[in-house]
Design a protein around this ligand. Structure first.
Ligand code: C2O
Ligand code: CU
Ligand code: CU
Length: 538
């Protein structure tokens, strides 16, 4: 990768001078000191030599989120047993788990201990891992047990994350606070001249609802919830409401994760300046692209560069979620709670530029992606993308059947995998996903069932988006979101609006075994909108 594709060398050195070893303002290394807990290796390979070793516990605890009573949460707590202090960083005043930071090709050992009162297992979302390291629900462990993960990091540099994956309980466990970032760095990224240290800021977007005593409420407004997914009416960033950051003039790398259970964001700056996107789920784009807004569905990540000038001091820059139409139909009514719906407008983050800042870091990223961005946005407003001639190797239909969300008419079975979900190790295929616009109401037939957006996620690999198309009857909703897709990069999660079809290039390079693919609306996933695929060695 070219040096200085994002910033030139001089600018990069300038940032290095300005930054400090730790990440942004509040990040603290988690100490290696007091070994309060003895790792137990449950008998994995003796030859494995970890570069980084972490004890990670899921515990019931509490966090101060709103003024007044603390909120009971479930949280990941980490302890660095081996490695460099930068390998594990805490987000202060947050229920979120520690940030794990590693390098490509490092060996990582993680002892996960479940101190909850129910079973759990950790999944490393976006990482390319062997089947027994991926946190499949069949490996869920009981309270008090420990699962030892040992793997080599083979992913490119990027913003990955971890969260629980026990079947039927993923939604509630994530909701109560179990999630953290897993950041991978590599040489190409380090040579790209990106902002580092306090100029590299993680932003985890989540929504929560609270009762009058500051406790989380979940699934509180009826059965419609399992159909729609849980929506909170407070937006939290890094676990905090009404999030606001005071930053120095300069260029920042913002790593955004949508860690919400079901909410989609349509992110834009309040002053309509375009967003500069440098990375998607699986790492850096070949070159930056610009968007008027970016869509971010549950599970997706996007990285932005933003340059703040001292001229903006005193004038906050707001990152907002804009209106869109999710095309939902046939849903039961919302019930009693004041609901902030998908597509409602709200502020996500307020950025204040510090006045009389000592340093001058008004760096301009070298934008080589302008032409690409213009081309991608050039789809005429009244046209759908061309239906293609590329024949998919397999098609998966997302639909509502017999009162459930299904994939090709099926729901999750722990070890179950169908013949049409079996692929050959080493192969590369085109997978087509169709979010069905016309739904059957069940055995009685004839009814129009509900329609919703579905964020589709495939475990164990990163894929490329080949093309999208949309059913003519759903185009009006699609056009409120589609220009925010960033399909130029590597992806592991992709939004399908109602009536939308996507074709993906997927490759089953080197790990045989069972892996999941599912809707990342966590209530849909828990209700069974999830299946296994099997990578079979010949
Ligand atoms: Cu975020 Cu099955 O994953
Ligand atoms: Cu995943
Ligand atoms: Cu779904």
């Amino acid at each position: 990768m070219n040096q200085g594709k994002y910033l030139n060398r001089r600018q990069f050195l300038g940032l290095m001078g300005a930054g400090v070893a730790l990440a942004w303002a509040g990040l603290k290394p988690v100490s290696t000191a007091a070994l309060t807990w003895r790792p137990q290796n449950n008998g994995r390979s003796a030859e494995f030599t970890p570069d980084v070793e972490i004890a990670l516990r899921a515990v019931a605890t509490q966090a101060s989120i709103l003024p007044g009573s603390p909120t009971r949460v479930w949280g990941y707590q980490g302890e660095l047993l081996r490695g460099d202090p930068t390998n594990l960083q805490a987000l202060p005043d947050s229920y979120l788990g520690p940030i794990i930071r590693v390098q490509t090709s490092q060996n990582v050992r993680i002892h996960f201990t479940n101190q909850l009162s129910e079973e759990s297992i950790v999944h490393w979302h976006g990482l390319h891992l062997p089947t027994d390291m991926d946190g499949h629900p069949r490996y869920a462990i009981a309270p008090g047990e420990t699962y030892v993960y040992e793997f080599e990091v083979r992913n490119r540099a990027g913003t990955y994350w971890y969260h629980p994956h026990p079947h039927g309980r993923t939604g509630i466990q994530v909701y109560y606070g179990l999630a953290g970032l897993f950041l991978v760095s590599d040489d190409a990224e380090q040579n790209a001249g990106l902002p580092t240290g306090e100029f590299d800021i993680p932003l985890v977007l989540q929504d929560r609802s609270f009762d009058g005593n500051n406790q989380f409420t979940y699934l509180s407004y009826g059965m419609g919830n399992m159909q729609m997914g849980h929506m909170g009416n407070r937006i939290l960033v890094n676990g905090q409401p009404d999030a606001s950051l005071t930053l120095q003039p300069g260029t920042y790398r913002l790593r955004l994760l949508n860690g919400s259970n079901a909410r989609m964001y349509k992110l834009g700056w309040h002053d309509d300046q375009p967003l500069t996107v440098i990375a998607t789920d699986g790492g850096l784009l070949d070159e930056p692209v610009q968007r008027d807004y970016v869509s971010l569905a549950p599970g997706e990540r996007v990285e932005l560069l933003v340059t703040l000038s001292e001229l903006q001091a005193g004038l906050p820059l707001l990152l907002q979620s804009r209106h869109f139409s999710d095309g939902m139909s046939g849903m039961p009514g919302g019930g009693m709670d004041p609901i902030l719906s998908n597509g409602d407008v709200f502020d996500v983050l307020r950025v204040q530029v510090a006045g009389d800042a000592p340093a001058h870091h008004t760096f301009l990223p070298s934008l080589m992606g302008g032409a690409t961005a213009a081309a991608a946005n050039a789809i005429p407003a009244d046209a759908s993308p061309q239906a293609s001639t590329t024949a998919p190797d397999r098609t998966f239909r997302l639909s509502w059947e017999n009162g459930r969300w299904t994939i090709n008419g099926r729901v999750f079975e722990m070890e179950g995998v169908a013949a049409d979900e079996t692929v050959a190790l080493g192969s590369s295929e085109i997978w087509e996903f169709v979010n069905e616009a016309m739904q059957q109401g069940g055995p009685s037939g004839g009814m129009m069932g509900p329609m919703m957006p579905h964020p589709l996620h495939i475990h164990g690999l990163q894929f490329r988006v080949l093309e999208r198309s949309v059913d003519a009857g759903q185009m009006q909703h699609w056009h409120t979101m589609n220009e925010g897709y960033v399909d130029e990069g590597w992806k592991d999660t992709i939004l399908l609006m109602p009536g939308e079809t996507v074709k993906l290039q997927v490759q089953f390079a080197d790990y045989p075994g069972l892996f999941l693919y599912h809707c990342h609306n966590l209530e849909h996933e828990d209700a069974g909108m999830m299946r296994n695929y099997l990578v079979q060695a010949s």
